[in-house]
Design a protein around this ligand. Structure first.
Ligand code: URP
Ligand code: ZN
Ligand code: ZN
Length: 465
């Protein structure tokens, strides 16, 4: 099987030039000017960008949380990702406290197999890590699970104390892997939540009002300090506030290997969404919560000046009917999370490139290349180069679409609302190719459930990010 993409503008993390790209089976085998080759399929990419498929390093598909399961599974979630120009995700397997992490890996393999339409890897969420289980971490790395997430938030659920943090971090460092951190002081936040509930505060907005940015900053500071002593690279997930970013900047200025991602919700949405009438604010109940608007400009600066290295979605959708409404009478019972796996590329292109905040190269770094480098996928993924997987998006930089559940081109997620309803975005993933196969073609899905492959990732390689 061969594919020739002609006349496009090829943009990677560092390049920007007109060329043809030739694909044989699942790999890129030739790039050049006016390639004189025959191909089974020819795509004319005139006036289009030819960019590496997006990599979303933070998704939660079919995840048990808040008394229910996130409502996109590995079929609906990866299909929606593909429509949005994302060809690789890294999802999270969750260790059941007291049980083996390998059991969790097995469970998540079963969730994905036969369903995923794009390639996927797993981070392992550690919920406990006694001394005798530490060798499991080394074995996991051998299986291609080379990153872990730990939670300083959600006491009694996913929270781990500083001892567990340190133990797992030290082992991860010795193994050459990386720690992803949900950095928020959940113990203090729980106290604030308890008092708010006792005072009869019920509405969704109290989710945000009980989670001060200072407690995110404290988590970031503490996790960096512990990681520094444990000698392990750290990746702060879903960083949402200026206070938290300040701590990342300070550590990076000291030369500590700390990286961080933010998400579109923290770049475009703000605290005022919780003031919408009735229960509507529940759509944006996520952790960390949406912040005051002024934080957005600080986060964009963080992306511009490389204090932040990636944009993920933290896609964790729950329907308003039958899921979010579990917390109709108590904000603390609203399942935490929001949808977005499909919207990231267009949102960041529009808010970043079209609005002249970031360059095209930076757009590719933030949505693809840096995640590949951080999580052991580069150069197989995250670039357009001879020998790389042919994960390619033919991107129309001029086309404008409005995101919303009634736009069949922009909403394929299995969730009954859009967190981005009415957002007008310039930039559309017109043709999406995964390992040489056209998956999405101008709104038509051509992939097969289960074609996505599990990615055995290499060790941490984000040294220079
Ligand atoms: O609200 C969120 N972010 N839900 C998903 C779990 C997490 O903390 O990433
Ligand atoms: Zn988290
Ligand atoms: Zn998450």
């Amino acid at each position: 099987m061969s594919l020739l993409i002609k006349n496009g503008r090829v943009v990677t993390a560092v390049d920007d030039y007109k060329a043809d790209v030739f694909v044989e089976n699942d790999k890129i085998t030739m790039i050049g000017e006016k390639l004189d080759v025959k191909a089974d399929t020819v795509i004319d990419a005139s006036n289009r960008l030819v960019i590496p498929g997006g990599i979303d390093p933070h998704t939660h598909l079919d995840m048990p949380f808040g008394g229910t399961n996130s409502c996109d599974d590995f079929l609906t979630g990866t299909r929606a990702a593909a429509f949005g120009g994302t060809t690789t995700i890294i999802d999270f397997a969750i260790q059941v406290k007291g049980n083996s992490t390998f059991e969790a890996l097995d469970t998540w393999h079963k969730k994905a197999e036969g369903k995923a339409v794009i390639d996927y890897g797993f981070h392992m969420i550690i919920t406990d890590m006694p001394e005798e289980r530490l060798p499991e971490m080394t074995k996991l790395a051998g299986e291609g699970v080379t990153s872990y997430k730990m939670f300083m938030a959600y006491p009694g659920v996913l929270y781990v104390d500083d001892g567990v943090l340190f133990r797992a971090m030290r082992q991860a460092g010795e193994d050459g892997t990386v720690i992803c951190m949900h950095a928020e002081n959940g113990i203090v936040i729980d106290e604030i939540v308890k008092r708010a509930r006792a005072e009869g505060k019920k509405e969704p907005k109290w989710h945000a009002l009980t989670r001060p940015t200072r407690m995110e900053a404290e988590g970031v500071y503490r996790s960096i300090a512990i990681a520094e002593v444990a000698n392990v690279p750290l990746y702060i997930v879903h960083l949402s506030s200026s206070d938290a970013l300040e701590q990342v900047k300070l550590a990076r200025a000291r030369g500590i290997p700390v990286h961080a991602e933010t998400c579109p919700q923290y770049l475009f949405l703000d605290h005022s969404y919780y003031e919408k009438p009735g229960f509507e604010g529940a759509k944006w109940v996520m952790t960390p919560a949406l912040r005051e608007k002024w934080n957005q400009e600080v986060l964009w600066k963080g992306l511009q000046f490389n204090h932040l290295q990636a944009v993920s979605t933290d896609h964790c959708p729950f329907c308003m009917k039958g899921q979010k409404d579990l917390g109709l009478d108590d904000f603390a019972k609203i399942p935490n999370g929001a949808p977005g796996i499909e919207n990231r590329m267009s949102l960041i292109f529009n808010g970043g490139v079209a609005e002249r905040k970031i360059s095209l190269n930076r757009f590719v770094q933030l949505t693809s290349t840096n995640a590949a480098k951080m999580f052991g996928l580069f150069p197989r993924k995250g670039t357009i180069a001879v020998g790389s997987d042919a994960d390619i998006v033919i991107f129309d930089p001029e086309r404008t679409e409005t995101i919303g559940i009634n736009n069949p081109l922009m909403h394929h997620m299995n969730v009954d609302y859009s967190a981005w309803e009415g957002f007008k975005v310039k930039g559309y993933s017109e043709i999406v190719i995964s390992r040489g196969q056209v998956l999405c073609d101008k709104g038509e899905f051509k992939g097969k459930p289960g074609r996505g492959q599990f990615l055995r990732r290499g060790l941490y390689s984000g040294f220079n990010l």
